[in-house]
Design a protein around this ligand. Structure first.
Ligand SMILES: C[S@@+](CC[C@H](N)C(=O)[O-])C[C@H]1O[C@@H](n2cnc3c(N)ncnc32)[C@H](O)[C@@H]1O
Length: 280
C-alpha cells in the first residue's frame, strides 16, 4: 500500500478553481513589514511563494508531510522562503524548547526546529487543516504560536454533504472495502462557521472574519468531479487499499456518483468552503 498518495499532477488539474479560495484567503491577511510566516500543508509550494512575495515577508516556512508534493518546491525556495517536511500536528504540539529534544521522529524535530526559533506574525493554511482532526485543540495550539498582533488565516473545504463526498463515505462502509479499510471512513472533523467564530473569540482574538463561501466551479462535465476528488479525498482511500482494490473503489464510485449528477456540459460543481481570519 502506498504511504504518500498525493499526486501533484492530479491535484493541479484544477489549479484555476483551487486558486480562487486561496486568493480570497490571502486577501484577508493584513500585510505588515518584515513578517514571519508559516504555511501549514503547503503542498507544491506555489501558493506559499505567492504569500511570501505578496507580503514581502522576512521569512516564510512551508510545512508539508508529502514528499511528492514537496518535490515540486525545489526551485521555489530562497530569499527567506524554505520548505520543511513534517506534520502539522508536530508543529502544533511543540510548545517549549524542551519538547524539541524529545521529538520522536526526524520529521518532528525538523518541524519543531522551525517553531522554536520564535513566534509567527502569520500562521496560514489553505485546504489542509481538514486532514487534522480536533480543531479546537489544534487552533488553540496554533494561536499560541502567534506573536502579539499575529494573524491566523485558514481555508478548509466544507463540502461533506455533496454526493461527491457522501458516495465515497457510503462505499467505504460497504464490503469489500469496509473489511479492507478496517472500518475507516474518511470524515473531515470540521466545526461549523459559528463554531470557529466562537472558538476564535474564546482564544482571545480581538478581531476576526469567518465566512462560508460557495465556489461555483464550471467543470467540462460531471466526469471531472471524479478526477477532482481523486486528487484529494480519494487519496485517503488509495493510501489504505491495495492498488487493485482501490481501482475497484474508483470504478464503483464513478458508477454510483454519475447518475446522481446532472449530465450538463459544462457541469456546475458547487463547492462550500469555510474561510477564517483572526488577529491576536
Ligand atoms: C489539498 S492540498 C493543499 C496544498 C496547498 N496548501 C494548496 O493550497 O495548494 C493538502 C496538503 O496538505 C498536506 N497535509 C495533509 N495532512 C497533513 C499533515 N498532517 N501534516 C502536513 N501536511 C499535511 C498534504 O500533503 C497536501 O499537500
Amino acid at each position: 500500500m502506498a504511504t504518500d498518495t498525493w499526486n501533484p499532477a492530479q491535484y493541479e488539474r484544477f489549479r484555476a478553481e483551487r486558486s480562487r479560495p486561496f486568493f480570497d484567503l490571502l486577501a484577508l491577511v493584513r500585510p505588515r513589514p518584515g513578517m514571519r510566516v508559516v504555511d501549514l500543508g503547503c503542498g507544491t509550494g506555489e501558493f506559499t511563494r505567492v504569500v511570501h512575495e505578496r507580503l514581502e515577508a522576512r521569512e516564510t516556512a512551508g510545512i508539508d508531510s508529502s514528499d511528492a508534493m514537496l518535490a515540486q518546491t525545489g526551485s521555489l525556495a530562497g530569499n527567506g522562503l524554505r520548505f520543511v517536511r513534517g506534520d502539522i500536528r508536530d508543529f502544533a504540539s511543540a510548545t517549549t524548547p524542551s519538547t524539541a529534544s524529545t521529538a520522536s521522529t526526524p520529521s518532528a524535530a525538523a518541524v519543531q526546529a522551525v517553531l522554536l526559533s520564535g513566534a509567527f506574525d502569520l500562521v496560514l493554511s489553505n485546504a489542509a487543516l481538514q486532514w487534522v482532526p480536533g480543531h479546537e485543540s489544534l487552533l488553540t495550539a496554533l494561536t499560541a504560536r502567534l506573536a502579539p498582533g499575529g494573524q491566523l488565516a485558514v481555508q478548509v473545504p466544507a463540502n461533506e454533504d455533496h454526493p461527491s463526498h457522501t458516495v465515497a463515505a457510503r462505499l467505504a462502509a460497504e464490503p469489500p472495502f469496509r473489511e479492507a479499510l478496517g472500518g475507516h471512513v474518511r470524515r473531515f472533523d470540521l466545526l461549523p462557521p459559528e463554531g470557529y467564530a466562537t472558538l476564535l473569540d474564546r482564544l482571545g482574538c480581538g478581531e476576526q472574519h469567518v465566512r462560508l463561501q460557495v465556489y461555483g466551479h464550471r467543470l467540462a462535465s460531471r466526469e471531472d468531479v471524479v478526477e477532482w476528488v481523486k486528487g484529494t479525498l480519494l487519496t485517503d482511500y488509495q493510501k489504505r487499499l491495495a492498488p487493485a482494490l482501490f481501482q475497484q473503489f474508483v470504478e464503483r464510485y464513478r458508477e454510483r456518483l454519475l447518475p446522481l449528477l446532472p449530465d450538463t456540459r459544462p457541469f456546475f460543481y458547487p463547492f462550500k468552503r469555510i474561510l477564517f481570519w483572526a488577529q491576536r
